[in-house]
Design a protein around this ligand. Structure first.
Ligand SMILES: Cc1cc2nc3c(=O)[nH]c(=O)nc-3n(C[C@H](O)[C@H](O)[C@H](O)COP(=O)(O)O)c2cc1C
Length: 341
């Protein structure tokens, strides 16, 4: 009720202004003590173990909302059991020119071409160190725009090394459509080389005592053959988790709608079916060997239940959070509690 009123105001602003104002409002509410126990009531769920970590319940925040880790406390106090920050790059970068984020309300969708705007990994690590809340924190890492694709591995290794001791898990983003060439890393030798180097680095860092799992985030636009090869590579390199999916380049679902011809990746309701099908296929291929994080078009509790039935251990939301507000977390957990009996 409260969010539907607030949403009317937020949706009268440009998508990126609404995004910024929402995050600063959450941060202010947190500082004033207005979030916390009260906002978490009804957001209890069944604990889940995935990637060797214990989550208080399965609902987390997807990457891209808190790009630099500035809002972890407030977002955690809203009830997410884990918050994935980023995508973070070695150096701060401004991202693409504005406007670069568009709501498509008739389709409960968002189109974006942000381009990894973030304050750099060092800034995020300072923010994590200053956190008062203790959600599980995923660090989503990528490459700077200026780094040629042949040198991308160096950026990922840099972020992995720097972020390792501060993160609970590291998410390797090779599926954003808004950094030219990035998605090439999902294929063949480029993927094998990246995963091998990251795995070796992870094991070397783990020898000091703390094992931080690695998850790979995939695009929904892979063909079944490409997806099969990706999964094979992920299994071969003992990667701990797969996050499916990022945004899609397929805009057929919003054809004719305002902004439908803008460049960028589409998220929200148009992704519900493709992201769920892809997750089901990943589960079929990988079985129990990898933890699965389902994301993409989880707009209501039924979508969440279906994603769990398709094989997800954990869920993430982004567009659903924008369209339904924080109560979506409680709605999902309620249905999951009921279906668990
Ligand atoms: C405005 C916006 C920015 C995003 N930025 C990132 C990002 O930096 N890194 C990333 O891995 N995913 C990013 N995503 C993708 C989301 O994490 C998620 O995978 C995708 O939106 C599908 O989920 P949804 O349908 O719940 O939104 C972004 C999504 C949106 C809408």
């Amino acid at each position: 009720m409260l969010y539907s009123t607030l949403r009317r105001f937020l949706f009268s602003l440009s998508a990126e202004n609404a995004h910024d104002i929402s995050l600063w409002t959450i941060a202010l509410a947190y500082r004033l003590g207005l979030l916390g126990w009260g906002s978490k009531t009804g957001r209890e769920g069944k604990p889940v173990e995935a990637m060797g970590l214990k989550f208080s319940h399965p609902v987390g925040l997807a990457a891209g909302l808190d790009k630099s880790g500035d809002f972890i406390d407030g977002l955690s106090a809203l009830g997410f059991s884990f918050v994935e920050i980023g995508t973070l790059t070695p150096r701060a970068q401004p991202g693409n020119p504005h406007p670069r984020m568009f709501r498509v309300p008739g389709h409960d969708a968002i189109l974006n071409r942000m381009g990894f705007n973030n304050k750099g990994i060092n800034h995020a690590l300072e923010r994590i160190a200053a956190c008062k809340e203790s959600p599980i924190i995923g660090l989503n890492i990528g490459k700077n725009l200026a780094t040629p694709i042949e040198k991308a591995v160096e950026d990922y290794l840099h972020c992995l090394k720097l972020g390792y001791s501060s993160a609970d898990y590291i998410s390797v983003n090779i599926s954003s459509p808004n950094t030219p060439g990035l998605r090439e890393l999902q294929y063949g030798d480029q993927l094998a080389n990246l995963l091998e180097k990251l795995k070796n680095q992870q094991l070397a860092l783990a020898s000091d005592g703390k094992y931080v799992p690695l998850a790979v985030k995939l695009a929904p636009d892979l063909t079944p053959t490409e997806l099969g090869m990706c999964c094979e590579n992920i299994l071969k390199h003992d990667i701990d988790g797969i996050i499916a999916t990022n945004t899609t380049l397929d805009k057929s679902a919003i054809q004719g709608a305002r902004f439908s011809t803008e460049a960028g990746g589409l998220s929200g309701a148009p992704l519900t079916i493709p992201a769920c099908s892809m997750l089901r296929e990943i589960k079929r291929i990988t079985g129990e060997k990898v933890s699965l994080i389902g994301v993409g078009g989880i707009m209501n509790a039924d979508d969440a239940r279906e994603r769990i039935a398709a094989g997800a251990d954990l869920l993430q939301i982004y567009s659903g959070f924008v369209y339904r507000g924080p109560s979506l977390i409680g709605d999902i957990l309620k249905v999951l509690r009921e279906s668990a009996g």
